[in-house]
Design a protein around this ligand. Structure first.
Ligand SMILES: Cc1cc2nc3c(=O)[nH]c(=O)nc-3n(C[C@H](O)[C@H](O)[C@H](O)COP(=O)(O)OP(=O)(O)OC[C@H]3O[C@@H](n4cnc5c(N)ncnc54)[C@H](O)[C@@H]3O)c2cc1C
Length: 404
């Protein structure tokens, strides 16, 4: 029977970065099983915006640690992940000078600064000075991150996986895990479309597909696969050539970034049209009406973008948890089974550090990078998830899919 020391289910950014980290820590036989191809799930559809703006310390830390890796990718991972340090602006509804979201943003930026993130709260007129083609009359302030931007999601995921393979990990694409084998409360291996594989450590990083796999070992995870679309558009002549930052713009309800010269990726995180789907039978193309809707929201921030030409786009899956925060750590009741799922539409920016943190937990019993306790699955059973993750959570004007 085939054997591996650690089996990782899923070849997205989480599976790739965990394989890279485990192999880097000297774990000899790490096997990644991917039912399609590397980056065929959410990771390959990701906008891969590297927002650092969080209102809780663990996720701010993971985003910040990951940004350091994206920045120094060539030395740490090798190759090029397409990191563009274009700067990033975050907006939340801050209609007047007394809006409570302004104090929340100041507190959250102070938290981010305390973990090393370069972030600042800027008044609308300063944002306008940075981005003269944009209007900011709907917000009093915004958060500006000078070092943030985006990466090429497919290049980063494949690059991370290739680096893991260089370190000795193995990858089998086109092999689906059909079930988990547990004996006496301990993981024993996996059943696959290509036969059984023994392993004493199994990590489920199967994104929106994870729930039925975990159910075979009696582990219930509350994951809702939501279909989310993005459009790729050609920027009109009225837009400047270069200098456009990435935006996580909950006030105008869109996220956007450059997509090569003169092109923009624009998405809407939540609300109308974001339905639960069967992850094995969803339409990966955008709806015909979606680009116009996304451009309408983008044009509220950048009026000239109303004249953009839609070129295409795609739809991918958010693996939403009830509190829109991930599930990372041991599966209760099944020794040796680890969870790395539920990134709720905001995982790419945290992927490299999540791999490192989980590798530490698997090898050392705890992560030195970040306390993973907040991400435990048990929070959904004991109602721990109902407690706010931060004293300074925003009240958003749009259903953005995920919060901060
Ligand atoms: C449209 C869109 C835009 C996004 N934009 C951003 C953004 O700007 N910034 C950001 O940080 N995040 C963003 N995200 C979220 C981010 O992409 C995800 O959180 C992240 O990629 C999740 O990675 P993952 O490895 O957990 O899951 P996935 O990439 O989905 O990987 C899971 C893998 O498991 C495989 N698999 C499933 N079942 C099995 C099985 N039975 N056996 C073997 N393999 C299996 C799948 O084929 C898949 O490849 C976006 C997501 C989408 C959809």
């Amino acid at each position: 029977m085939e054997r591996a020391e650690v089996v990782i289910i899923g070849g997205g950014i989480m599976g790739a970065s965990l394989a890279f980290a485990l192999a880097g820590r000297g774990v000899r036989d790490v096997l990644v099983l991917e039912k399609r191809t590397v980056a065929s799930g959410a990771s390959g559809k990701s906008g891969a915006l590297l927002r650092q703006h969080y209102s809780n310390r663990p996720e701010a830390t993971l985003a910040h640690r990951s940004l350091q890796m994206f920045k120094d990718w060539g030395e740490i991972v090798g190759g090029d992940c397409g990191y563009d340090r274009c700067g990033l602006i975050v907006t939340v509804a801050t209609s007047g000078p007394d809006d409570p979201n302004i104090a929340r943003m100041r507190a959250n930026v102070a938290l981010q600064n305390s973990v090393g993130i370069r972030s600042e709260v800027l008044p609308a007129e300063e944002l306008r000075r940075l981005q003269p083609f944009a209007r900011f009359d709907d917000v009093a302030v915004g958060a500006y991150e000078a070092e943030s931007g985006y990466v090429d999601a497919v290049a980063a995921t494949r690059g991370m996986m290739d680096a893991a393979l260089d370190r000795g990990a193995r990858l089998r694409e086109g092999v689906a895990v059909t079930g988990l084998r547990a004996v006496g409360g301990r993981i024993d291996g996996v059943e696959t479309s290509d036969g059984p594989i023994d392993a004493s450590v199994v990590v489920c990083a199967a994104g929106a597909w994870a729930a039925p796999i975990l159910a075979t070992a009696g582990v219930a995870v509350p994951l809702d696969p939501i279909r989310v679309q993005v459009a790729i558009v050609n920027s009109p002549d009225a837009m400047p050539r270069g200098g456009t930052m990435a935006y996580v713009d909950t006030s105008a309800n869109h996220f956007c970034r450059n997509w090569g010269p003169n092109r923009t990726l624009v998405g809407i995180g939540g609300g109308e049209g974001h339905e639960s789907v069967d992850p094995d039978a969803y339409d990966e193309r955008p709806n015909p009406t979606f680009p116009a809707r996304a451009l309408g929201n983008l044009a509220r921030r950048m009026p000239a973008m109303a004249g953009a030409t839609p070129l295409g786009g795609h739809a991918g899956l958010y693996d939403m948890t009830p509190d829109a925060h991930p599930i990372i750590g041991l599966a209760p009741g099944v020794e040796g089974l680890h969870l790395c799922v539920g990134f709720s539409g905001a995982g790419f920016k945290k992927g490299p550090a999540v791999g490192q943190a989980l590798a530490e937990q698997i090898i050392d019993g705890r992560s030195a990078i970040v306390d993973l306790a907040s991400f435990r699955l048990e929070r959904f059973a004991d109602d721990g998830w109902l407690a706010p993750w931060s004293e300074h959570e925003y009240v958003l004007s749009s259903d953005f899919g995920h919060g901060f």
